[in-house]
Design a protein around this ligand. Structure first.
Ligand SMILES: N[C@@H](CCC(=O)N[C@@H](CSS)C(=O)NCC(=O)O)C(=O)O
Ligand SMILES: [Fe+2]
Length: 254
């Protein structure tokens, strides 16, 4: 382990301009093999991801999905074909096939980092928010490193908004409770990275969203009325994407 690394967290936010999806690459630079994870890859962007992984010299251990996506096909299955070290990860509650099925609060380790899988159902019944932690707890005043608090919210919480609740076992009341219990309870300075943004925004914080989220900062009653009044077109790819995303993006495969 290299203890001289000042910032052990490699972090990349990648964007798909077709589906407005963010994919996140994380790795622990303290280890020679640079163990890494990818969150919410998109099938059409797998070549981009593999190229970046190769260029940065990281070893991808896990490809995690925050939920069964309705608007694009996950890249997890294609990644598994190209990079043999990769295991697919999703919540058990999603009902989808994967190598690793996460129960609430289970941890996924890569190097000294781990992601805690917080249950945030409501957009779909299997939605997870992944919270990043360093198992060496290096946040002391004299510590070598400073790791920002980070959470990946999928579609449970979007910047100033939230995931819709009108399909895939969506439940607005549950979504409101999930976000308040498991996201808004994180420290105010926690950086929140969503699975999508449709307005060119990249990141937010717990403090900002508690104050300015146009839906989730309201009372539960106001939130339920807003969600009921949403009139959004169904995602164009939903019928194609859902059956594939139940098996890592490739029909009949993990
Ligand atoms: N127009 C897009 C789909 C847009 C959409 O429905 N986005 C979802 C997240 S992907 S499941 C959503 O929850 N949006 C909430 C909102 O308030 O926009 C397409 O056709 O793919
Ligand atoms: Fe979604």
């Amino acid at each position: 382990m290299d203890t001289k690394v000042r910032n052990p967290l490699l972090f990349r936010q990648l964007f798909d301009m077709e589906s407005y999806t963010y994919t996140y690459l994380l790795a622990d630079l303290r280890f020679e093999e640079k163990p890494a994870v990818l969150i919410d890859p998109v099938d059409t962007k797998v070549q981009r991801d593999v190229q970046l992984i190769t260029e940065l010299g990281v070893q991808l251990l896990y490809s995690l999905n925050t939920h069964v996506h309705a608007d694009h096909v996950t890249g997890t299955g294609l990644l598994k074909k190209q990079l043999k070290t990769v295991k697919s990860v999703i919540s058990k509650a999603s009902g989808a096939k994967a190598d690793v099925h996460l129960e609430p609060f289970e941890k996924v380790y890569f190097g000294n980092f781990y992601l805690e899988a917080r249950p945030t159902p409501g957009h779909t019944s299997g939605c997870l928010t992944y919270v990043l932690y360093d198992s060496t707890s290096c946040e002391t005043p004299n510590s070598l490193y400073y790791i920002p608090r980070i959470a990946f919210t999928g579609d449970a919480l979007l910047i100033r908004g939230c995931g819709r609740t009108d399909f895939q076992q969506g439940n607005a009341e549950l979504l409101y409770e999930s976000v308040h219990k498991h996201i808004f309870s994180l420290p105010d300075d926690t950086l929140l990275y969503p699975a999508h943004d449709y307005h060119g925004r990249h990141v937010t914080t717990v403090e900002e969203e508690k104050k300015w989220n146009t839906r989730l900062s309201k009372s539960k009653e106001e939130f339920l009325a807003m969600m009921k009044a949403l009139k959004l077109d169904y995602p164009k790819l939903i019928d194609f994407a859902l059956p594939r995303n139940m098996c890592c993006g490739i029909l009949e495969e993990q």
